[in-house]
Write a protein that binds this ligand. Structure first.
Ligand SMILES: NC(=O)c1ccc[n+]([C@@H]2O[C@H](COP(=O)([O-])OP(=O)(O)OC[C@H]3O[C@@H](n4cnc5c(N)ncnc54)[C@H](O)[C@@H]3O)[C@@H](O)[C@H]2O)c1
Length: 309
């Protein structure tokens, strides 16, 4: 298994570390900045004797060195600064992502693309358009991260270990995130029996604003520990053909009554990428919110098409 990570900034470098340390695959780290991926790769290799892993990582500025990758993770692009929305990155990152994907298509025509660059849903659509890859081989990371943030906030609120909390969010990465209260449990008990509606709403809003809260604290750049953990879980599911069901940004063809648009849904991931979109039983309100999120993304993708033409 060969995984290329495009963009060797905070998200790309921490993802590389997680994938290599856990021995999921050989990693090629690439960036436009000369020396950056090479330096990060060397530094990581030098940690191998202490951490005890196989140092299967190289850094490069040349797509020739990424040839034949099975998975390509796209993290290239600008992160948010305080006061910016993810949509403020649209035009600039669209240029970066299309340039990157054109080169990835040449070097690794059979790869599965995991898009991370923001605004996530629109960049995933763009990557699918530019690559021309079958839609099941192009997906985006957001739902695992949003769900992880929600799970952590629930654990913090109730004073339990995060591992005791299960919760899932669907929809768009941002304001149109769709929480699923009926799927959330704490030590096996339904979350809705443990907290009141007002607390629930507060937890959801903190999750929607989770990225902005970190941007505000860091003052420069955005989150990368929880994002890289989420990407690594997707890489593991695909590289290991685990068939896990995870919330990801995937192309819908009628599931949930949603047609021809990328949106956050539960999907079974395996060696072929998105192997199936899993249709959970949603309440009428949850379904309406999911469809609304999908329509919002569709409209933004139309705006994106106008910018590109
Ligand atoms: N989907 C999510 O949930 C999620 C979470 C966190 C961050 N992000 C997004 O991920 C992206 C990266 O975030 P970061 O914190 O790593 O930013 P960063 O600035 O630390 O790193 C970005 C890297 O991309 C590189 N780059 C720029 N143009 C390139 C090109 N054409 N080819 C190759 N590399 C190029 C830069 O040189 C830089 O090293 C941002 O768009 C951010 O908003 C998404």
């Amino acid at each position: 298994m060969r995984v290329t990570i495009v963009g060797s900034g905070f998200v790309g470098a921490t993802t590389a570390m997680r994938v290599v340390q856990k021995g999921m695959a050989e990693v090629v780290l690439i960036d436009i900045i000369e020396g950056l991926p090479q330096g990060i790769a060397l530094d990581m290799k030098e940690s191998a004797p202490v951490e005890g892993f196989e140092p299967q990582i190289t850094g490069t500025n040349d797509y020739g060195d990424t040839k034949g990758s099975d998975i390509v993770v796209v993290t290239a692009g600008l992160p948010r600064q305080p006061g910016m929305s993810r949509m403020d990155l649209l035009e600039k990152n669209a240029g970066i992502v299309s340039g990157v994907v054109e080169q990835v298509r040449e070097a690794s025509p059979e790869a599965i693309l995991i898009v991370v660059t923001n605004p996530l849903d629109e960049m995933t659509y763009l990557a699918a358009e530019v690559s021309g890859f079958p839609r099941e081989r192009v997906l985006g990371m957001a739902g695992i991260l949003d769900s992880a943030r929600l799970r952590y906030f629930i654990a913090e609120k109730l004073g339990v270990s995060p591992s005791a909390v299960e919760a899932m969010t669907l929809g768009s990465h941002g304001e149109a995130m769709v929480p699923l209260p009926r799927q959330a449990t704490v030590q096996g008990k339904p979350l809705t029996e443990l907290v009141d509606d007002e607390t629930l709403e507060h937890l959801y809003q903190r999750t929607r604003d989770g990225g902005a809260e970190i941007v505000q604290l860091l003052k420069k750049g955005s989150a990368y520990y929880a994002p890289s953990a989420s990407i690594a879980q997707m890489v593991n599911a695909i590289a290991g053909d685990t068939k896990e069901t995870l919330p990801v940004c995937a192309w819908c063809i009628g599931e949930y009554g949603i047609e021809d648009v990328y949106v956050g849904v539960p999907a079974r991931l395996g060696g072929r990428g998105v192997e199936e979109i899993v249709e959970l039983e949603l309440s009428g309100q949850e379904l309406a919110r999911l469809r609304e999120a999908a329509e919002g993304i569709r409209a933004k993708c139309r705006d994106l098409a106008k910018i590109r033409s």
